[in-house]
Ligand binder design. Structure first.
Ligand code: IVH
Length: 672
């Protein structure tokens, strides 16, 4: 409850700042629920004090306008994020994935370089013939903001490299504020990272220069890998060039060394003059990094090992059931807001029904909540000594709020029933799932419709403006322009951003459909396979042959095929799909226009000794070729690995005149 105008003004300022972080800086500093509570309090106050408040009501603020202060620039190579590891199992898993991809023995431990993960803001710097020419923020990873001048004010960033370097060099690193310097800024910003982000995005670089920003250089892009062999050598080069590099990096050869280093740095953490939130492990050898390559959002060759989460104590006020896009019912504890490591937390996940039962979590319990990085906060423990005598066991609802009786699915692999209860919606029957699907459809990695965020979807849904994805293309902008908080300009902008995204790549479109088990990587595999929306459309017919072909694709398994079948069996899904494709221009999947395997098709059988199937496939695709699942007239090469090739496939291929190469021929073909 806001008591007076002074408090209202103060809180409104905070609200505007939160908005800015959410919409402009893309880095929310509080969770959605805390944001909502604050907004509700402000609006309540406005409602009750109609005469004092002017035009600029919180009620009318839809979202912070995306910044047009800086021009957008495409990164030479995407700036990715890192996958997280929280436990030794996650680390073993990382090693396993590396070995699998590189086809090494499972107990091989390739050399890694461990570096502290600086909790700052990443930046990419361009040098041409040794001169600093451009500095870009991370932005959405693909396009960043040109903040050359602001970055130039940072003393740690050399304007001319000490050693002459011919050609273009990209240096990536982290901008941060020292803890000691932050002391003087703590009134204005919640934490050093926030302060760094705010200062970097000053319109006038004079304002940036007033803030003591620092920079640690940590890397480059694939294109510059030929300078030296290893990441550790590259850091030395960076130092010679005049950059500051973090002094705590260390070569790691096995789990034991990794563990020691992790513990050592964690103990040092508090005494360092900059915030770190974990250790980054990078495959040290650049050639191996290149072979491993990237997934959609993170490199395969690196992982962030996060420090243990920060904890806080609070009280559960209510347990709510949230329904996700895949129908999973997740219990969420609404807790008294508590500040954990600089972030105000008022929601914590309770995972699933079994977790509540096992821990006997109840409303009014005092709980320990933990938060690690950008992961959803969770309730880890209950303080039973504080449990009120009157408290009652929480009864988990057996029904989805939409009315459907929920189910626990049987997992064929583990031969057990899932812990998660799901709404059995098959296609847009459950309102809650539908809303989540809509949010997914418009989201950044999917159709990426700017201005149509989660809150706007909720709002339009409540106003009946939008019920299914195709309604987005029939929105009544005249009506929208008259809605509270909107106007002609914002409605026009929304219209424009919808129009802009109507031309869409096939893989993005497939991902946008929100088919269960079809994530970004699977969507790419499907797009590569089907090439065009017309081919993909054949899935509607649900002919067995298509699914037989699909299952042979690397990365597509029974689960995905079953899910695609279930999706296309449903009438509403089919209707949504058909209406969407009639509204959109879905671009054919583009195979690399250059490369020595342009328009050539390959198939693999048997294992190879020097590389995994995934890597071989990636090489074909990077060179413009395609990998087929079964021999056909369209096939150019069948590569037969030395280990257990399928003779039947080889014979079949030979019969139809396909060139069959052995493992050695293959290595020769790709200069490996
Ligand atoms: S390497 C992902 N090394 O962490 C591409 N990143 O969560 C390789 N970061 O956006 C990044 N310290 O801004 C790398 N020593 C370090 C780092 C580091 C901090 C940041 C970076 C990245 C984020 C990923």
């Amino acid at each position: 409850m806001i008591k007076n105008l002074k408090e209202y003004k103060k809180k409104k300022k905070i609200f505007l700042d939160l908005n800015k972080h959410y919409y402009d800086l893309n880095r929310p500093v509080v969770d959605d629920a805390s944001y909502d509570t604050l907004k509700k309090d402000l609006i309540n106050f406005e409602e009750n004090n109609k005469d004092i408040i002017g035009d600029n009501k919180v009620k009318n603020i839809v979202g912070y306008k995306p910044s047009d202060k800086f021009s957008k620039v495409k990164h030479d190579e995407n700036m990715l994020s890192l996958d997280n590891a929280f436990s030794s199992e996650d680390i073993s898993d990382f090693y396993k994935k590396l070995n699998n991809f590189l086809n090494l023995d499972l107990d091989t431990r390739i050399e890694l370089l461990a570096e502290p993960k600086i909790d700052g803001i990443s930046a990419s710097l361009k040098y041409v013939n040794g001169k600093y020419t451009q500095g870009i923020s991370r932005g959405d990873g693909n396009f960043g903001e040109e903040i050359s001048e602001n970055l130039a004010t940072i003393k740690d960033i050399p304007k001319v490299l000490s050693n002459s370097f011919k050609g273009e060099l990209i240096v990536r690193g982290e901008v941060y504020i020292a803890k000691s310097d932050f002391k003087n800024l703590s009134e204005k910003f919640a934490n050093p990272r926030n302060a760094a982000s705010g200062s970097l995005r000053q319109k006038d670089s004079k304002n940036t220069s007033k803030i003591p920003l620092k920079f640690f250089a940590y890397g480059t892009i694939f294109k510059n890998h030929d300078i030296v062999e290893k990441q550790s050598d590259f850091l030395k080069i960076l130092k010679d060039f005049g950059f500051k590099i973090n002094p705590l990096s260390k070569i790691i050869n096995n789990e034991h060394e990794l563990d020691l280093n992790y513990k050592n740095i964690e103990t040092k953490r508090a005494s360092l003059d900059y915030d770190i939130d974990g250790i980054v492990y990078k495959v040290n050898n650049f050639k191996l990094q290149q072979r491993l390559g990237n997934l959609t959002n993170s490199p395969r060759w690196a992982i962030a090992h996060k420090f243990s989460a920060e904890k806080g104590i609070s009280k559960i006020k209510k347990i709510e059931i949230q329904v996700g896009r895949t129908g999973a019912l997740t219990p969420v504890a609404k807790i008294d807001p508590v500040n954990i490591g600089g972030v105000l937390v008022s929601n914590a996940t309770l995972h699933n029904e079994e977790e509540i039962l096992r821990k006997d979590i109840r409303v009014n319990d005092t709980v320990i909540v933990q938060r690690a990085g950008d992961v959803i906060p969770q309730v880890v423990r209950i303080d039973l000594t504080k449990r009120p005598k009157t408290s009652k066991k929480f009864i988990f609802p057996q029904k989805c709020p939409c009315g459907f009786t929920t189910v626990k699915e049987f997992n064929e692999t583990t031969k057990k029933y899932d812990a998660v209860r799901r709404c059995p919606d098959k296609g847009y029957e459950c309102n809650l799932i539908t809303k989540e699907k809509l949010k997914h459809y418009v989201s950044k990695d999917a159709m990426n419709i700017e201005g149509l965020g989660k809150k706007v979807i909720e709002n339009f849904w409540n106003l009946n403006l939008l019920k299914l994805p195709q309604d987005i293309y029939k929105l009544d902008f005249n009506r929208i322009s008259k809605l509270e908080g909107w106007g002609k300009l914002s409605a026009d902008n929304l219209k424009k951003s919808i129009e802009k995204t109507k031309k869409i790549n096939l893989d993005r479109f497939i991902f946008s459909l929100g088919i269960r088990h079809i994530g970004q990587e699977n969507a790419k595999i499907l797009a590569r396979f089907f090439k065009s929306i017309n081919n993909f459309k054949k899935l509607i017919s649900r002919k067995d042959q298509i699914y037989t072909d699909l299952i042979q694709l690397d990365g597509i398994g029974d689960t995905q095929v079953k899910s695609l079948k279930n999706f296309f069996i449903n009438k509403t899904n089919k209707k949504v799909f058909e209406q969407l494709i009639s509204q959109l221009t879905i671009l054919d999947h583009i195979f690399s226009k250059k490369g020595k395997f342009l328009n050539q098709t390959f198939m693999f059988t048997g294992g190879m000794s020097k590389m995994s199937r995934s890597e071989a496939k990636k090489i074909v695709e990077n060179e413009g070729g395609k990998v087929l699942g079964s021999p056909s007239k369209k096939l150019n090469y069948l590569i037969s690995g030395d280990s257990k090739p399928t003779i039947k496939k080889i014979n079949q291929a030979k019969e139809i005149g396909v060139k069959v190469l052995n493992e050695k021929d293959w290595y020769r073909l790709i200069d490996f």
